[in-house]
Design a protein around this ligand. Structure first.
Ligand SMILES: Nc1ncnc2c1ncn2[C@@H]1O[C@H](COP(=O)(O)OP(=O)(O)OP(=O)(O)O)[C@@H](O)[C@H]1O
Length: 316
């Protein structure tokens, strides 16, 4: 009975033993080893791990974006219970955008440089709903930008990608996702290239997407702060494998795997170093201030002495 209910409500994303190998002149190289992930609607699954651990490759394998001449994928990728690995490239292209959204580290790559933001909205929205007129699509686009708190949507729609900041483009991408309401959003280091204020705005936008559209988000980040803030569950990757999976609370409070502890420690150490550096800077500033004060006092004393001497001389 429970199995029947589970089959009726499959997770938005499920990977079963997803593996990727690369053909090299010296032989076959295993890059991803039996990745098993499960992500429900409206939830955020974080993937963390050091550089080269296989986070981006996992995203590409799910999206069907691997270079087939170079890489072999095995295992299963299911979107709401539908197995995707047998889909043609054309079918996958249709699925990406309509049901699977992507937000990548460099938002500039997601836009065509030669077209305005408005044209890109119109093109994308009309690909998914052919009954929409250009004017209707622009109204939807302006609403979506406004809804995302982006300033002056009509002006934004007339601008080209190169005229906008990275944070702005990321939020425009999320606004576009809001229109398409994908079941799954794959966000690979979406805040890495951004300043702190833009990071916060993008994370808030992602949070709205999941709350208001029920989109399930696979969030890759090397920043444990971002994961702690956004994710419900976390998978820790190392050398192409998942070494630990847990709820975000469990992972941060009671990490089980040695490598997870190391990752958490290195973050603490990084913060510790930062704090130490800041303290040292403050101490140096204080010392400089004290030295300046002392110099000023000495100058004042010298001036007073000179005045007294001059006073003494004139009295004499
Ligand atoms: N096209 C490719 N050909 C051969 N090896 C590749 C290719 N793409 C990735 N790899 C290798 O696969 C491994 C995982 O790479 P991946 O980009 O997924 O790491 P990552 O965890 O996303 O790292 P980062 O945080 O630096 O982006 C790395 O060892 C990388 O060198």
């Amino acid at each position: 009975m429970t199995e029947a209910i589970a089959a009726q409500n499959p997770p938005v994303l499920e990977t079963v033993d997803l593996s990727v190998a690369c053909h090299t002149p010296s032989g076959r190289l295993e890059l991803l080893d039996r990745i098993n992930l499960r992500l429900e609607a409206g939830r955020v699954l974080g993937i963390v791990g050091e550089s080269g651990s296989g986070k981006s490759l996992t995203c590409q394998a799910i999206l069907g974006l691997l270079d087939r001449a170079q890489m072999a994928r095995s295992g299963e990728v299911r979107l709401q219970g539908q197995e995707l690995t047998a889909y043609s490239d054309r079918h996958m292209r249709r699925l990406r955008g309509a049901q699977i959204g992507t937000i990548l580290q460099n938002p500039m790559n997601a836009f065509t440089p030669l077209h305005t933001i408005g044209s890109q909205f119109v093109q994308t929205l009309r690909t998914h709903d052919k009954t929409l007129s250009r004017r209707q699509a622009l109204v939807i686009a302006a609403d979506a930008l406004d809804n995302m708190g982006l300033p002056y949507p009509p002006r934004l729609l007339k601008q080209y990608p190169f005229q906008l900041s990275g944070g702005m483009l990321q939020r425009i991408m999320i606004a576009l996702s809001m229109c398409l309401q994908p079941k799954l959003l794959i966000a690979d280091e979406p805040t890495t290239a951004l300043d702190l204020v833009s990071q916060l705005q993008v994370l808030r936008a992602l949070d709205r997407l999941r709350r208001e559209c029920g989109t399930a988000i696979l969030l890759v980040s090397h920043d444990l702060g971002v994961i702690a803030q956004m994710a419900d569950d976390v998978a820790v990757m190392r050398h192409g494998r998942i070494v630990e999976k847990a709820s975000v609370e469990q992972l941060f409070d009671h990490p089980q795997h040695e490598y997870t502890r190391l990752l958490l420690d290195s973050r603490m150490t990084a913060y510790h170093h930062l704090e130490q550096e800041q303290e040292q800077e403050q101490e140096q500033e204080q010392e400089q201030e004290q030295e300046q004060e002392q110099e000023q006092e000495q100058e004042q004393e010298q001036e007073q002495e000179q005045e007294q001497e001059q006073g003494g001389e004139s009295n004499a």
